[in-house]
Every structure is written in C-alpha cells, then in structure tokens.
Design a protein around this ligand. Structure first.
Ligand SMILES: [Zn+2]
Length: 293
C-alpha cells in the first residue's frame, strides 16, 4: 500500500466479510481546509460543512457514471442557515453554507445546524431525470441525518461516522467511514458489523493518529477487509464563464436588454467557489447577437 500520495486526501473502498458488507473510509482533511479557506468558515461552520462535504465525497465516489452527481441540502432552521454539498465521482466536492461566519459559543453543531427541517438528496445519474428524496432531520449533526436518509429513503441501512477536528491553528484532521450491509448478508455478519459501531465512531482520531490506511486496518481488520479501489477526493468547482453565458442566454433577449439598460452588464457570483463572472454591456450585446445566429 504505497501508492497513497502524501499531502493528498484519500478514499479507500473495501469489501468486508467476503462480500457481505462494504466500507468506504475517507481522509478529507485537505478538502475541508480548502472549503474553510474558500468560504472563510468559522470553526462551527468548518465542522458542519466539513461533515456534509465528507459525506458527499463518500456518496459521490460511489457513483458509477462520470456525469452523475449527488446534491445534499440540509435546512434545519438553525443560525448557520442552509448547507449544501455536491458530490461527484472521484470524490470531487463543492459546497456552501448560508452563514459561514456564525460561531456557536459551545461548538454545538446540532444546535447551529438545527434539527427542525429536512435533508434533501438529489441524485442525478447524468442520464435520466434527477431523483429527489427527502427525510426529516434527526439531530442536525449531519452523519445521523444522512444515515436516516439512507435507511428510510433509499432502504440502505448504514453506519456512518463523520468528523472534523478543529484546533486554534485550524482544521487538523477530517474524515469519515461508511459501512453498509449488502444483500444476502447473514445474521452473524450483521452482528459483527453492529458490534463495531462504537469503534467506528472514533474514525477521525484514528486517521489523525495513523493516517487513512493504518486507520482502516485498526478499524476493519476483524471484518476481513479486501481493498477494492481508491480515489483522491478534492474540493473543486466546475463553474466557468461558458456555463454562465449559457445561463444568461437562457434568460432571453428582453431580460438581457434590461440588464444592459439598468446595470450596464451582469455579475454572476458562484456560491461554491466565490468566483465572480463579470459581463460588460458589450459582452451582453455579443450574447444577444449570438442568439440570433
Ligand atoms: Zn464556482
């Protein structure tokens, strides 16, 4: 196991108990650091959004089609406002939170997110119409909420642990572990996995101490893990000037003329990477011309 590049995040996929279960373990430290820097997140927001991004990276990396994505929106009614994370194949993620500077005095994430609301998950296969599922939040602590969604909406009972450790110097470690039983799992296998719940909860401390590969050995060795594949997840936004142009064109000529007359152009702020895409009145004139061709 020497192919992990130091200085990069890692997702490791395992088959457990001869195919009766599977596990996905992620070291998401760097992608959470990038999110914190991009959005200038408070400690509270770093943990809340970091957990959701880590969950999205795991679920994104389980997608098969390159154009597929999974978008998770948490609206719990707490002072952080809504949190959004998008996961794509390879564990590529992006996300944002409404109130990135909010700090809970006690670092209470469930209270900052709130639990009076819903988790909405939109799965886009990249081929058919996107499928949306929704479940009530359990605690606003994110991992429990995603677990509840997977069990109720997708009928996939799962164990999920997500964590982000923050010190005075910033994020020191982030990661997670998802374990799912597979169809045909026997009673003994289910018991072995369930008995490990307490162990799995310490996943981030194990990653911080040992690194992701050794953490996987520490947490999963009694479940006969066989590594299947690995990815290098990353925080990355796929927005571009061309995409914004297409969105502007879809507004139609009258709307663009109005932008030229009232604002002398248009500015589109990307929620995910905070880039500003600026269009002068001249740029908009050119778009209108291109619509006529
Ligand atoms: Zn962007």
């Amino acid at each position: 196991m020497s192919t992990v590049l130091r200085g990069k995040d890692t997702i490791l996929h395992f088959s457990l108990l001869e195919g009766q279960a599977r596990a996905v373990l992620i070291d998401s430290t760097r992608l959470c650091v990038t999110a914190r820097r991009t959005h200038r997140l408070s400690d509270t927001a770093s943990v809340a959004l970091g957990r959701l991004l880590t969950g999205a990276a795991i679920m994104g990396d389980m997608l098969k089609n390159d154009r597929a994505s999974v978008t998770m929106t948490v609206k719990g009614g707490g002072p952080l406002g809504a949190l959004v994370a998008v996961g794509m194949p390879g564990g590529i993620v992006k996300g944002y939170v409404d109130k990135p500077r909010y700090e809970d005095p006690d670092g209470n994430i469930g209270r900052a997110v709130g639990s009076d609301g819903m988790l909405t998950v939109v799965r886009d296969s990249g081929m058919r119409e996107p499928y949306a599922g929704q479940t009530a939040l359990v605690s606003g602590e994110i991992a429990e909420d995603i677990c509840s969604y997977l069990a109720i909406s997708e009928q996939t009972p799962s164990l999920l642990s997500l964590g982000v450790h923050v010190t005075e110097k910033g994020i020191s470690c982030a990661g997670g572990l998802l374990v799912q039983m597979l169809p045909g799992a026997g009673e003994a296998a289910i018991q072995s996995v369930e008995m490990s719940t307490g162990l799995f909860a310490g996943v981030v401390s194990e990653i911080e101490k040992w690194g992701p590969e050794e953490a996987a050995v520490q947490l999963l060795s009694h479940l006969e893990p066989v590594e299947l594949e690995r990815s290098i997840p990353e925080y990355r936004c796929d927005c571009s000037r061309e995409r914004v142009e297409r969105a502007l064109i879809s507004l139609g000529e009258a709307e663009l003329r109005d932008m030229i007359d009232t604002q002398h152009g248009a500015v589109a702020n990307c929620h995910f990477c905070r880039r500003r895409h600026r269009f002068s009145a001249e740029d908009l004139e050119k778009l209108i011309e291109s619509m006529k061709q």
